[in-house]
Structure formats: C-alpha cells, structure tokens
Design a protein around this ligand. Structure first.
Ligand code: ZN
Length: 272
C-alpha cells in the first residue's frame, strides 16, 4: 500500500469511527451510566506500591508444622541450557488465600473468586500494642470501633486486615509459637464476634499477618467456620502491613486461578 493510500485509509477509518460515536451518542450515555462503578477501583492515583507478600522457601513456617513446599530441578542451565523447577506445594503455604471451599462442602474455589473481590479498599486494624503484651490477642468489636472512631465508617467492600506485627517473627519459632504443651500455638487472630459484625456489612475478605484467621490457641476454627461459608475469603500470612496506612490504601490480591483449589499462595500488593 502506498504512503498516500495509508493516509487515506487512516482518515476514512477515523471518519467511520467518528460516525460511529455520533450515531451511538444517545445509547452511549446510558452505557456509561451502566459501566461506571459506584466505587472506583482507586479513590486516588496511587503514589507507590507495597509488597504484602512473604518470600516462600522450603522451611517457611506452616500451620501443621511440616514442610509444605518441595522444589525439584527438572532442567539445569549447565546441562540443558535452561533452568526449570517443579514444585509440590500445599495450597495453604506462605502468604495465601483461604477460599470459601476451604471450609465448605461446595463453596467457591479460589479460581471462582470474582476479580472485583480481589481489588478493594484496605482497612488495617493495628493491634500491635496488645499483641506484644498478649500473644493470644484477637481483633474484637472494640478494635473495629477504635478504627472507625479514628477513621470514619469502614469503606464499602473492604478487605479488613489485622496488623499484629507477627510478620516480623516469620524466620523464627515465634511465628508458630508452640506453647509448653508442645501442641497449642499462640499467635493473634480475629475474634468471632468481630467477624460476625463484619458479616453484617460489605467487607469482602479478612486478612491476618499470622498463620490463621483464628488465633493460634483456637480449639475450633470458629472464625474460619463463620466467615468462609458466607462466600467471602480470607488471606493468611500477610507481610508488611506496617508499611501501609490504616485507611486509604487499595489492596490487589493476585490469587491463583487454579480450578477447584481451596486457596493458594498469592502475590499481594497495596497501592498507597
Ligand atoms: Zn486458614
């Protein structure tokens, strides 16, 4: 095609596009009204991103105590001119998702979580002071009230995160923090009464910087059993929550899209 023809083609393309927009202007108003989200994904242009994800390695502390990530090299650069590993990993390893299917017979798998639930305003409830004094601390309705007293109502469709400061212990035994009985763990989590309160609102997920949505000494997974059957999800082992504000950040949850999975390691960001 000659230079002139290209220009003419572009021109006519622009014209027909203009006609298209003109012709559909009336319908366009209605379409925009439908397409516009009542809650924009980002309230403001973010200035930076924080990584809320722990690096996973084979000895990453686990709820059950055993190794949950195994890496086997299948190809090596020296021998094969490229590197490639194969993993065997528990779905609930490292910074990871608890999908509704984790604690229900037929709830949503992690792959079925709608994308609009994976991007949300991030609410950070800071219980570091009481967690430092009492490792069995839980996020209670009083902690939620302290947050709303300081910051206003919980945003619609938020992810509510517990900041206990426990991520700092990830490389030590204190992350699991086995008690003297050798089987009961002691780390913070959500209290079921706080979770019941959140269920009355629009929160999409709860998140913790420990190994479990329930506090470590919980005998019955009551928070898991209360929250996940509602069709909402959880995030465990979140890192770096101390770097984001109590209010105003947007969380982006890179949940794995693995068919039928009850959860899975996720790369999680906060845009601040
Ligand atoms: Zn869990």
């Amino acid at each position: 095609m000659c230079h002139h023809c290209v220009i003419e083609n572009v021109k006519s393309g622009m014209l027909s596009r203009r006609d298209f927009f003109k012709g559909t202007a009336a319908a366009g108003v209605a379409a925009v009204a439908v397409a516009a989200s009542p809650t924009p994904l980002f309230a403001q242009t973010p200035a930076k991103a924080e990584d809320l994800t722990h690096e996973i390695w084979d000895k990453f502390p686990t709820y059950f105590g055993g190794q949950q990530l195994f890496i086997e090299q299948k190809f090596s650069h020296a021998k094969d001119t490229f590197n490639l590993n194969e993993w065997r990993i528990s779905e609930h390893t490292g910074t990871h998702i608890d999908a509704p299917l984790h604690f229900t017979a037929d709830g949503k798998s992690v792959a079925e979580l709608p994308v609009e639930d994976l991007i949300a305003p991030l609410v950070v409830i800071d219980i570091r002071a009481k967690a430092a004094e009492n490792e069995d601390s839980q996020v209670t309705p009083d902690d939620i009230k302290a947050w709303t007293d300081a910051n206003g109502d919980l945003p619609d469709g938020a992810v509510i995160a517990m900041l206990s400061g426990w991520d700092a212990h990830v490389a030590t035994d204190k992350f699991r923090n086995l008690g003297d009985d050798g089987k009961t763990m002691h780390f913070p989590g959500f209290h079921v009464e706080a979770v019941k309160q959140l269920l009355e609102g629009t929160s999409k997920a709860i998140a913790v910087d420990t190994l479990s949505l329930d506090f470590g000494a919980s005998p019955d997974f009551i928070v898991h059993n209360t929250w996940l059957p509602s069709g909402r999800y959880g995030i465990e082992g979140v890192a770096n929550l101390g770097s984001v504000p109590a209010k105003g950040a947007t969380i982006v949850v890179g949940a794995p899209k693995i068919k039928g999975a009850t959860g899975g390691p996720a790369r999680i960001f906060a845009f601040v």
